[in-house]
Design a protein around this ligand. Structure first.
Ligand SMILES: Cc1cc2nc3c(=O)[nH]c(=O)nc-3n(C[C@H](O)[C@H](O)[C@H](O)COP(=O)(O)OP(=O)(O)OC[C@H]3O[C@@H](n4cnc5c(N)ncnc54)[C@H](O)[C@@H]3O)c2cc1C
Length: 216
């Protein structure tokens, strides 16, 4: 819980704005339909976030963000969090995937992937966890082989929120099993398409309505 005294005026205003958004823009029926697994992904929630400029709060204005510090984003997450885990995950994914793109991506990648997940309704998702487990991040067994100027990725990922709806995934793969753990893993942007299959959609308690699935 963040106390008011720790927040800047800008953060308090953002908190009030997001609280109004949660109250006025997200119908209770959406949450009920998600819990009954009647919808595959909360597209309308993402569209409303984009319309209200609430995707990518932490990213620079030049990509459509608000250029706010991460502390402000946490304030917003706390408010969105009252809607439950499913919409909370849908909200934070722009930050999780976007941060990697913003810090490590090329300008071309930022234009192609970062801007549309902030200003538009493009859906980014993260594929980190594997059937063998998720806590041991550097032990990921998905292999990435360089083949000329492309990489070939082989492996499986599970518990991927929004797997069915995603336009692209941030996939973590091992490029060199002999390297020290912290140098083994690279992140790849993988667009949905041939060779990327969503196999099993779990219906996880609390995550229903977001199409959580396994990626093979
Ligand atoms: C709401 C939600 C959304 C998620 N969304 C995504 C997503 O979008 N994409 C994605 O890739 N993953 C996602 N995940 C998966 C998440 O990243 C994994 O659940 C997490 O990394 C833990 O992995 P695991 O579930 O395989 O558990 P494991 O790694 O198998 O761990 C099982 C248990 O063993 C304990 N444990 C593990 N290693 C050790 C150790 N060395 N010493 C002591 N104890 C240990 C853990 O604390 C845990 O209690 C999501 C999970 C949740 C709950």
């Amino acid at each position: 819980m963040l106390y008011d005294a720790l927040l800047t005026e800008e953060e308090r205003n953002l908190r009030d704005e997001v609280r109004r958004f949660v109250r006025d823009e997200v119908p209770a029926d959406l949450l009920r339909a998600m819990d009954r697994d009647e919808i595959k992904f909360p597209y309308e929630f993402i569209a409303k976030l984009a319309k209200h400029g609430l995707r990518g709060l932490r990213f620079p204005k030049k990509y459509g963000g608000r250029g706010l510090p991460w502390t402000a984003e946490v304030v917003a997450e706390e408010e969105i969090g009252v809607l439950g885990m499913a919409l909370g995950c849908a909200f934070v994914m722009t930050s999780i995937v976007g941060e990697a793109l913003h810090v490590f991506g090329t300008e071309e990648q930022k234009e192609r992937f970062l801007r549309p997940i902030i200003m538009d309704t493009k859906i980014p998702e993260e594929a980190l966890t594997e059937p063998r487990g998720g806590s041991d991040f550097f032990g990921a067994t998905t292999r990435a082989f360089a083949d000329g100027d492309i990489f070939i990725l082989n492996g499986q990922k599970r518990f991927v929120v929004g797997a069915e709806a995603a336009d692209f995934f941030a996939v973590y793969g091992n490029t060199n099993p002999q390297a020290p753990p912290h140098e083994r893993i690279s992140m790849f942007i993988v667009e949905k398409g041939p060779g990327v299959e969503v196999e099993h959609v779990y219906g996880l308690l609390g995550c229903r309505g977001t199409g959580v699935g396994r990626l093979v």
